[in-house]
Design a protein around this ligand. Sequence first.
Ligand SMILES: Nc1ncnc2c1ncn2[C@@H]1O[C@H](COP(=O)(O)OP(=O)(O)OP(=O)(O)O)[C@@H](O)[C@H]1O
Ligand SMILES: [Mg+2]
Length: 283
Amino acid sequence: MSITPMDEPAGGTPAPGGPAQATPTGSEPLLRLRRVSKHFGAVQALFEVDLDLQAGVVTALCGDNGAGKSVLTKTIAGIYQPDHGEMFWEGRPVHIRSPKAAAALGIETVYQDLALADNLDIVQNMFLGRERLRRFTLNEDSMERAAAETLAGLHVTTVRSIRQPVATLSGGQRQAVAVAKAVMWNSKLVMLDEPTAALGVAQTRMVLDLVKRLKDHGLAVMMISHNLNDTFEVADRIAILHLGRMVAQDRASAFDRQSAVDYMTTGGSSREIAASGSTTGRN
Ligand SMILES: Nc1ncnc2c1ncn2[C@@H]1O[C@H](COP(=O)(O)OP(=O)(O)OP(=O)(O)O)[C@@H](O)[C@H]1O
Ligand SMILES: [Mg+2]
């Protein structure tokens, strides 16, 4: 989507702000992984993982510590290359060889440490490394306007000034800035690694609302979460990794808390979740 399209040449006129709908691709997943494997020495971090991520759908990626969630995210983000397996983007085979290649497709990742520069303000952070120029100087007006429009498009209203240093923001506001930064660049898939892990109740609420808004704008969202409350609140689909294998993947309504915990801790569940036409196991 482009809440504020940003792929114009540096120095160009800012595109109109406000949410723009991405075009969902029907039943074709935006990203499809098939039998993706990745090992580090003797550790099989991912084993023949299948995953479908769809536009306008929040998929929660769940699993215990060491299950492979971050490795899977980094593989999609172009940081790691799979040893085996295939990936399809909008139906076409792709090799995502670098984070830059991922960004060119429209894949953005918000990592847990957020990678924001504390001493820079919100605008500077959102444009870090992709600054807009006018002649040979920074086009501050254009960047400021676009940053403000993007935040407004996401209903992020609690920030006092977009010129305040990121160090002065609350955890939830920092998360919001990191998400806004990710969605500014015509992104189609946003991956969030534990976006609410360090947040209090009110800030968690703000971030979960933000996740829902991304989906309403037509983005595919993949959210890593250890928190089942968050998962069941925002996820349309749940995908569960156990020791590098995708052991369950289905609509969120096909799970209950106990079955989700069972899959996360043991890789299986005796509870019946197949009534919905479950695609648990490999899919
Ligand atoms: N760069 C690496 N080198 C070697 N092993 C790695 C590397 N990255 C991950 N692993 C291993 O791969 C497995 C999966 O790790 P990963 O970080 O994906 O887990 P996770 O599901 O994100 O866990 P957590 O919830 O603790 O963040 C672990 O056994 C981990 O030790
Ligand atoms: Mg991790």
